[in-house]
Ligand binder design. Structure first.
Ligand code: AMP
Length: 291
């Protein structure tokens, strides 16, 4: 990805009221606001979302907030990678306008009581193994939308189910924001970029390649005529299990909107995986278009 160097300086904001004032003032000037919510430790996948916003909106706001409410008690909230200084450098280099990085006390002050729940599409896949995830994501994203008041918000298809949850939230609650889907950005060898890749040892990184490789193999098998979802998930399981240090959370061959499991691969199909590799729980997916 070519990174454009811009001279505008990045404005760093941690106060909700200041961020709201700026958004209000930008809207009064008829300037469009693009928004990229992240948990930081930025990589080329995040920066591609920023680039998309810079291309279409007058001002781009990036948030970095490691949202505690989306982590379960046995998950990696405490060890989630944090590297604010180098994130700021990356955002300055690419030309983002505003970094919003509130503290958790600013976002969830004492006495905080509210949570938002999107139903029916949050119990499968990642929602099954991480029951706190999507209520936490929906709540923080709604809060961030109310604070930043973006015209467009950019999300990666790597978190396919999260995107569906956010699209549903926006539709059901009549929010005035356009959700822009952005394809998965991968390393040259196919590994989907993730902040959690940095936990991987060289051996684990090698094992992690089996996620993208097994998806590619599944795609090839479907192109050659396999239609049984079980045959596809069995071959993915085999490919993942051959690797040292992998523990499969789920392999799903399902409808990309309802997440209902399929028996036959007919119509548009999502193949989604979550696999623990060493200390990192990694996800990846691909879409099989109707054929
Ligand atoms: P995170 O910081 O992991 O919460 O991710 C913030 C945003 O970046 C989400 O919309 C993710 O889907 C997106 N994202 C993360 N990794 C990638 C990737 N490899 N390709 C595209 N989008 C990504």
């Amino acid at each position: 990805m070519g990174i454009k160097i811009k001279s505008r300086t990045l404005r760093e904001i941690s106060s909700i009221s200041e961020m709201k004032d700026i958004s209000q003032s930008l809207r009064k000037q008829n300037l469009t606001i693009g928004f990229v919510p992240t948990m930081g430790c930025l990589h080329a996948g995040h920066l591609n979302l920023v680039k998309r916003s810079l291309e279409t909106c007058d001002r781009t706001v990036v948030s970095i907030f490691i949202n505690p409410t989306q982590f379960g008690s046995n998950e990696d909230l405490d060890t989630y990678p944090r590297q604010l200084e180098s994130d700021i450098e990356k955002l300055e280099t690419i030309g983002a306008d505003i970094l919003f990085h509130p503290t958790k006390e600013e976002m969830y002050p004492p006495g905080y009581k509210t949570s938002v729940e999107v139903q029916n599409i949050t119990e499968q896949l990642c929602g099954k193994s991480r029951p706190d995830l999507f209520d936490g994501v929906s709540t923080v994203v709604l809060k961030l939308f109310n604070i930043v008041r973006p015209h467009n918000a950019y999300f990666g298809e790597k978190d396919w189910q999260q995107l569906a949850v956010i699209e549903t939230l926006v539709e059901d609650l009549n929010l005035d924001v356009a959700i822009i889907r952005v394809p998965i950005v991968r390393e040259a060898d196919g590994l989907a970029m993730s902040s959690r890749n940095r936990y991987l040892s060289p051996q684990e990184r090698q094992s992690a390649l089996s996620l993208s490789r097994s998806l590619q193999q599944a795609r090839d098998n479907i192109r050659r005529g396999t239609t049984s979802a079980k045959a596809i998930s069995d071959s993915i399981r085999q490919c993942l299990s051959e690797q040292e240090g992998t523990e499969i959370d789920y392999i799903s061959v399902c409808d990309p909107e309802s997440f209902k499991e399929k028996e036959q691969i007919r119509g548009r199909t999502l193949i989604a995986l979550a696999v623990k590799v060493g200390p990192s729980r990694l996800i990846d997916n691909c879409i099989i278009e109707e054929f």
